[in-house]
Design a protein around this ligand. Structure first.
Ligand code: IMP
Length: 429
């Protein structure tokens, strides 16, 4: 199957890093298409444990080309640091990483604006503070700086002057902050130009040509459907499109070039930052899941909010992404619980609701309707065969499939590549 997307199906942090690392064994290209270094993908493989923010996770397989598409935003400092770290640890990226010349840059003033805007909000979004929102705002306002602009450093100066005059006025006059010095940013751009030059290319053409040749391209999602700027729980969302439409615009793909869409769900739910989260556990059970699973942000270190699986949100996520199959991660985290809950519907003003409301305010008024499952008596951790799972775990998985409406093809039972159950081989399907 030449092209398939691996998308976050909840609020991000579903374990896409592990899944893509596992699946990229068959890939020629692994492509990021949205978001920036707000993403944090943790991978444990025979080369070690890695935390990547921008470089596609697939680069650990030597035959892959990792690409960062036009829909992503790139902080060159983070990218350069990540490339250096990977090369030092034996991952050779020469000729194996390409950044689209159309990608927008996350500039030093973007993180300043991100933090000032958060501090000024009456209800903070809880952003990662990485400048992602302001970078996408500039893109839409057509004052963004793109990777290609670094390659024509003379022509960049007047554009940078305009953008920074605008932003520094906001920083100083609206927020009472310290302006960012233009000369320092321009000097840094010159350094970035030299360092990034070897990696810049026409990603969209490379991906298109690879698809024409029938090569395998994995679209590596970042964040999750419920953080999508349009389809997520607005305004508590990120500023990009982690959904399947974002893969098309973020790489110049045609919709009919995508053969399959895998939705990655965690066996429970987590969310970082503010916003509605109906199944949230603010009690000792939530604390226990958080500690057992190490639910602390890869990018920010913040404790993630934890809750039961929400199948109303999951069905909505299926609707906006059209998953052809599902991946379930972190099933093993539920191994030691006596009982497990699954939200199958919401209640709103005495009515049962099965469609995910479009308004965060309405969502906040809903309460979850739960189904209860007994825990299972033997562990799933490290399992590689579905039939060897305890009966209780299999029943839970089957009910999830029923409620979401798609088969679960892959189950992850631990952080390492081999701790994976391929229920059905969707990759060769
Ligand atoms: P931003 O993307 O930094 O603007 O943050 C907006 C919202 O998205 C916040 O609630 C963040 O916590 C959340 N967010 C952004 N990236 C990720 C991610 O990779 N995983 C989980 N949450 C994320």
């Amino acid at each position: 199957m030449p092209t398939y997307a691996v998308l976050g199906a909840q609020w991000g942090d579903e374990g896409k890093g592990k899944v893509v690392d596992f699946l990229a064994r068959d890939a020629d290209i692994v492509a990021r298409f949205s978001g920036g270094d707000n993403a944090g993908h943790t991978v444990m493989n025979p080369m070690g444990t890695f935390k990547l923010h921008l470089v596609p996770v697939g680069v650990f397989w030597p035959q892959t080309l990792g690409v960062i598409g036009n829909g992503a935003v790139v902080n060159p400092d983070v990218l350069i640091q990540e490339i250096d770290d990977l090369q030092r640890r034996g991952v050779d990226l020469d000729g194996r990483l390409m950044v689209s010349e159309r990608s927008h840059l996350v500039m030093p003033y973007h993180s300043v604006l991100d933090e000032l805007a958060e501090a000024a909000r009456s209800e903070a979004i809880g952003t990662t503070g990485r400048g992602i929102g302001p970078a996408y705002t500039d893109k839409a306002a057509r004052i963004g700086i793109r990777v290609a602009d670094l390659l024509d450093i003379e022509a960049l100066l007047p554009r940078l002057e305009d953008a920074m005059a605008h932003h520094n006025a906001i920083i100083e006059k609206v927020y009472g902050g310290e302006p960012v010095p233009l000369d320092k940013v321009y000097d840094r751009c010159k350094e970035w130009a030299a360092l990034m030059m070897p990696y810049v290319g026409s990603v969209e053409h490379v991906v298109y040509d690879a698809l024409q040749e029938g090569r395998v391209v994995v679209l590596e999602g970042a964040q999750g459907a419920l953080l999508d700027l349009d389809h997520g729980t607005y305004p508590f969302v990120t500023s990009s499109h982690p959904t399947i439409g974002g893969a098309c615009t973020g790489l110049g793909l045609l919709p009919n070039q995508i053969d399959a869409v895998m939705g990655v769900f965690k066996a429970y739910s987590t969310r970082v930052g503010s916003g509605p989260f109906l199944t949230e556990l603010k009690d000792a059970t939530g604390e226990r899941i958080r500690n057992l699973a190490g639910e602390f942000g890869t990018t920010t270190g913040r404790a993630r909010r934890v809750g039961w699986f929400d199948s109303v949100a999951a069905r909505y996520s299926l609707r906006v992404n059209g998953y052809t199959s599902l991946v379930l991660t972190r099933l093993d985290v539920l191994d030691s619980f006596d009982s497990i809950r699954l939200c199958s519907a919401y209640e709103l003003d005495g009515d049962i609701v099965t469609d995910f409301p479009g308004s965060a305010a309405v969502l906040e008024r809903c309460t979850p309707v739960y189904e209860d499952f007994p825990g299972w008596d033997s562990p799933t951790a490290g399992a590689t065969d579905f039939d060897s799972l305890p009966e209780g775990a299999r029943a839970y998985v089957r009910r999830l499939e029923e409620l979401i409406g798609r088969p679960i093809d892959i189950i992850s039972t631990g952080p390492h590549r081999h701790e994976t159950i391929e229920v059905r081989s969707m990759v060769s399907a």
